[in-house]
Design a protein around this ligand. Structure first.
Ligand code: NI
Length: 391
């Protein structure tokens, strides 16, 4: 069998699905139409499925003709609250909503993989669990699907997810063992001061000045508290205070994110964050309220599963450029599945500069080269099939 060839033959199907989904993006936990497409296509293949897990999640099982272990594949479905500016003929029909991370592609890849694996059922030993997940973008749909029993009745021995990745040109793939994506937390700080007339600052406790000092002082955490060879991020991404040019406000608010790979660094970030915010706030005569909420764990790719995927890639995609070591401070709730099942995430390069398809993820002009889709399909299907040949 030549899986890449077969995936290319199915490309019109993949592309039509992707473009339809792209035109109808839906935000996290509201992927009702998208889940409807998923259910429709999986039913057409005659697959058993469960839907409505974590609102819109769908889980289906492909049973191979021979006995063997179960493996898990995951595809996320949600879009982002961004107004699309690609001008593509298949651009979003929904105002203020857009598939700006490629999850439309992921669903299309998943449904094409389902079709391909179903065609190869006779060669399948064991089963393949397909998970179509809602709300990846900051809403931890993965965690909620697991809590609502997505894995019940199955014990997958290995798991794979792919992410289209515009940081690489199409034809390049990052298949990297160990830490891949960062653990993340979000924070919100309220700085309570005492406002007054802009001309009489001495009568106030200025929360805006305190917030500005906090932003600056926080830069010392990564620069001075984290070891130089470790990776960490402290980003203040929102600062709100004041309305008028001559009024010192009562309050300021800061929001942002912390990122890390190791638990030690994660702990350092949290401790120093709190000390600095409290200390600087107090020094400026302001009271602070701190809220830090954990979002995701780091994504750590299992070395054995990565080795399998790499050998599948070499065999099925001989022309692909493979990157063996890669990390990003982005985060992914796929980490919650990887807590349950050893597995990995692979980045499938999808940018094409010549075609102008190289805007970064989460950008209003984000779009990817659809030539990446059959490559991803072949890789995922090839791993699912080959994994079971070995088992
Ligand atoms: Ni994404």
């Amino acid at each position: 069998m030549n899986l890449l060839q077969e995936a290319r033959e199915l490309f019109p199907y993949t592309q039509a699905l992707r473009r339809d989904l792209h035109q109808h993006p839906e935000l996290g936990y509201r992927e009702v139409r998208t889940a409807g497409v998923v259910v429709r296509e999986l039913r057409q293949l005659g697959l058993e499925l469960r839907s409505g897990i974590a609102e819109t999640g769908v889980v289906a099982l492909i049973e191979g003709a021979r006995p063997g272990p179960c493996v898990l594949l995951r595809f996320d479905m949600d879009a982002l609250p961004i107004e699309e500016q690609t001008g593509a003929p298949y651009a979003s029909c929904e105002a203020g909503q857009m598939h700006a991370c490629g999850h439309d592609g992921h669903v299309a890849i998943g449904l094409t993989v389902a079709r391909l694996l179903q065609q190869h059922r006779a060669e399948l030993s064991g089963s393949v669990m397909l998970v179509f997940q809602p709300a990846e973008e900051g809403l931890n749909g993965a965690e909620r699907m697991i809590a609502e029993g997505a894995l019940e009745g199955q014990s997958p021995v290995a798991a794979l997810a792919v992410h289209l990745w515009n940081d690489f040109p199409v034809g390049t793939m990052a298949i990297s063992a160990g830490p891949l994506m960062a653990g993340s937390a979000v924070f919100r700080v309220q700085v309570q001061g005492r406002g007054g007339h802009g001309a009489s600052p001495h009568q106030t406790a200025d929360p805006l000045l305190a917030a500005a000092q906090i932003v600056t002082a926080l830069q010392s955490v990564v620069a001075r508290n984290v070891a130089p060879l470790e990776a960490a991020v402290v980003s203040v991404c929102s600062l709100r205070a004041g309305e008028a040019f001559n009024v010192i406000p009562d309050q300021a608010e800061l929001r942002g994110t912390l990122r890390w790979f190791t638990p030690t660094v994660g702990q350092t970030l949290r401790q120093r964050f709190e000390q600095i915010v409290r200390g600087v706030g107090a020094a400026m005569g302001c009271a602070v309220t701190i809220e830090v909420r954990d979002l995701t764990l780091p994504v750590i790719n299992d070395a054995a599963v990565i080795e399998q995927v790499r050998s599948v890639a070499r065999r099925i995609l001989p022309e692909a450029q493979l990157i063996g070591e890669y990390r990003t401070m982005g985060s992914e709730d796929w980490a919650f599945f990887l807590q349950q099942v050893p597995g990995c995430m692979v980045f499938v390069g999808s940018a094409n500069e010549e075609k102008g398809l190289n805007a970064p993820h989460h950008h209003p002009r984000f779009d990817f080269d659809e030539a990446a889709l059959p490559q991803a399909v072949a890789l995922v299907a090839g791993w699912a099939l080959g994994r079971m040949e070995q088992a």
